[in-house]
Design a protein around this ligand. Sequence first.
Ligand code: ADP
Ligand code: ZN
Length: 291
Amino acid sequence: MRYGAIEAGGTKFVCAVGDEHGNVEERVSFPTSKPEETLQLVVDFFHDKQITALGVGAFGPVDVKENSPSYGTIGNTPKLQWTDYPLLKELESKLNVPVKLNTDVNAAALGEYMHGAAKHADSCLYITVGTGIGAGAIVNGKTLQGFSHPEMGHIVVRKSAHDAYPGNCPYHRDCLEGLAAGPAIEARWGEKAQKLYHQDEVWRLEAYYLAQAIMSYTLVLSPGKIIMGGGVMKKEGLHHMVQQELEQLMQDYVPLPENYLVPPGLQDNAGIVGALLLAKEAQAKGKEILS
Ligand code: ADP
Ligand code: ZN
C-alpha cells in the first residue's frame, strides 16, 4: 500500500511517500511559511502520488483527540499565522484521503517503537532536544494521551547553583525547555550549541538538566527504552553523559534496563516513519466509516 506522510515542523514540512514498513520512496521538504502557501506546496506534491491515506506528525500544541470537533487543529503557537488552523481538515478535503494526525514526537515515538531502536521493547519514550523539547510515550502499544497530548518538555527541574541563566520559556521561564533546549544553550553561552563542542561545562550542565527530566520520566512511566533525538543530541558523547548523570541521580533506586538511553534507530526518519504508520491507521479507519 502506498501511503503519504508529513512531518509538519515549525521551520519545515517534510513530505514523503512510502509504505507501512517504514520504506520511504520519495521525500521533499518545504519551508513552513503562511498556512495557505505551505499547504499548496504539500497538495501539489501529493497530487499525482496516488496515496491511499495520509499520516501527519505535527508541531503543537494541536488537538489530537479523534472525536473532538477541532481534531487536527493547531492551538496557541508562537507561529501566530498557524493559530487555530484546521490542518487535518484542510488536508483531508484537499487530498480527499483519510488522514490521521498526532504530535511530531508521538509520531517519532511510534516510528521508533515499530521499526527503530525500541522495536524489541514493550514500551518506550522518545524525546527530542532541539529548538524546543518534547516527548511522546508508547504504552501498551499506544501513544500515551490524557485530556491532551503530554507536554513533557515543560516540566520543572532543579536549577544548578552554578547557572545564572534565568531561562527563556515564554510561559514558565526556567522549565526544562527554558533551560536546556538549543536556544537556551545559545542564549546562555553566546554561541550556537554546535559551536560549543570544546566547552565541557556546557555539556555537563546540559546533561545535568536532561538527566533530571529522564529521571522523572523513568519514575513516572517506567518506559522500556528512552530514545533521545533532536539537533542538540547530535553532540557526540552527550547520551553517555546523560546516562552517567542519571545513574548519579537515581542512586540505584530503580535498576535500569540495559541500553536504556539510546539515539534514534531511524536517525532523522523517525517522524516520517511514524507518520506512515499513522497513515495505515487512517486507512483502517476510512474502511470502518465506509462499511
Ligand atoms: P527543530 O527542533 O527545529 O526540529 P533541530 O532538532 O535540528 O530542529 O534543533 C535545532 C537546535 O539544535 C538548534 O538550537 C541548534 O543550535 C541545535 N543543533 C543543531 N545541530 C546541532 C549539533 N550538531 N550539535 C548540537 N546542537 C545542534
Ligand atoms: Zn515551559
